[in-house]
Design a protein around this ligand. Structure first.
Ligand code: CA
Length: 149
């Protein structure tokens, strides 16, 4: 019996380790190609798994996925960031969202907050700033567990 318990505990700890090692998933929507690629690179260097979208409708097709975080540009060529966040929150209220915008900063910040965004970055910003805010948000929402890959 004791032996069996040990076996189970072993298995549980193995599973826990596997879970902790899984990188957190980020969906990034940004139509400026260079910025999209740059931000993806920075976030991946930090250990995140990043899926990128260059327009709203492609992102909308994946709206029912469950990434750990969405990072949305507000001004997109087709469906804007506001429509996306509404659809995201309809699907799952607790999914965190960071907004990025170069437009009327204060208005975007307020509307974003009203729609349930968790953070806001006004362009231009340093990629490192997005990484820091992402880390803080992940920590706040998912706890301190560190991703190790
Ligand atoms: Ca844009």
């Amino acid at each position: 019996m004791l032996y069996l318990c040990d076996k189970i505990i072993d298995k549980v700890s193995i599973v826990k380790k596997l879970v902790i090692k899984l990188p957190r998933k980020i969906y990034l929507v940004e139509d400026e190609k260079n910025l999209n690629i740059l931000l993806q690179k920075y976030l991946e260097m930090e250990g995140y798994s990043v899926t990128t979208f260059f327009d709203g409708s492609t992102a909308m097709e994946r709206i029912n996925d469950m990434p750990d975080l969405w990072i949305l540009d507000i001004m997109l060529p087709d469906i804007d960031g506001y429509e996306l966040i509404k659809a995201i929150k309809e699907h799952n209220k607790s999914t965190p969202v960071i907004f990025m915008s170069a437009r009327n900063e204060e208005l975007d910040r307020v509307v974003g907050l009203e729609l349930g965004s968790d953070d806001y970055l006004s362009k231009p910003f340093l990629p490192r700033e997005l990484v820091i805010r992402t880390n803080k948000l992940m920590e706040r929402i998912y706890g301190k567990e560190k991703i190790s890959c």
